[in-house]
Design a binder for this molecule. Sequence first.
Ligand code: AMP
Ligand code: GLY
Length: 424
Amino acid sequence: MKVLVIGGGGREHAIIQKLKENARITELFALPGNYGMADAAQCVNIAATDIEGITQWARQNNPDFAVVTPDDPLALGCVDALEAIGIPCFGPNKAAAQIEASKVFAKNLMKKYHIPTADYAVFEDVESAKEYIRANKRYPVVIKADGLALGKGVSIACDEAQAMDALHAAMEQKVFGESGARVVIEEYLEGPEVSVLAFTDSKTLVPMVSSMDHKRALDGDEGPNTGGMGTVAPNPYYTPQAAQRCMEEIFLPTMKAMNLEGCPFKGCLYFGLMLTKDGPKVIEYNCRFGDPETQVVLPLLESDLLDIFMAVRNETLREDMVRFSDKSACCVVKASAGYPKKYESGFPIHASRLPANCAVFYAGVKADESGAAVTAGGRVLGITAIGEDLKAAVQSAYQAAECIRFENEYMRTDIGKKALEVLK
Ligand code: AMP
Ligand code: GLY
């Protein structure tokens, strides 16, 4: 089989590594992929958002199956376009991708179907939003741009001045472009955060092992929000009781709500959850695998990923198709110093052989003129280790991180620390 994976980050590298275990796959393409994964898949130099270019390539190369991973192509209707020319895909269509592409859509869905989430109000006009802020004197308050914003559209304002700044930036300065034309202002929730990815074919929903992201740039959860500096799985806060409540109160109701709205969701549905004292609540939905959650979740998957992808596409998913190891995993991200703000790139990456049970997933990597791997992005790579327990996984991931170096690198040194404290 010829399989195409659309996307080019660490998440896609993890998907490709897992797909490689399937002997039926004879050719794997990554579009655009990145140089770091070039020995695992053939990279196709087309942007993941170039839907026209992608369908043209697909017509010429006829892949048997496509996996569409990043939010932008999903929101642009990449799955609709490929299915229309007869290429079966894993991933939601454009209508279902709204669950991530519009926070207003997601919030209204949750309200209509009584799915627990933070209280909120929606504004299209900046004056009414400001008036609401002045009247509502509870802080912190959360302000979210409606549309996709590279994970940067959420502001947590601790006082009126910060709230006004966030509204001004989104709605008047338009720092997120049209994504900030509407905003959601919502209640601040407290509690541990859990990420749960789930496979669903719109009839059956099977959650994957839970995980914990580390979104802030610096140790101790300090510094600005990033795309994610590391992850561990499973997440120790996510007890079997919490899992059962999430399944009954959030996961299944969401799947059913999407069916009732006429936009059945097929693909990987990401639940960003907050375990509050009043029970689990949804912080956000994503219409795709999380990055770097995928880098700890898929290495623990024991079942065949292509079989699951095809079952989701064909609406034949069964719970027994998805089996996870009871081991633990830790992924440590190495980034360019300065990320998520300004950073330099172009530094050579020196890698030596990794210990057993470890893998490196490349993200911001390209070839220089001589063909050597150099840094080319904020998050450069992730190093994942699997261990018998979380402590062993964390230890191995940091040991393995010593095997790959580049100038100007930085990583958090406390990935998994909080999780280990819970387990004590
Ligand atoms: P997002 O970009 O939607 O993933 O949000 C980024 C982060 O903002 C989340 O991971 C949470 O830590 C935080 N956040 C978002 N919404 C809320 C909320 N209602 N209450 C507290 N924290 C929130
Ligand atoms: N790690 C969070 C995300 O993928 O959105």
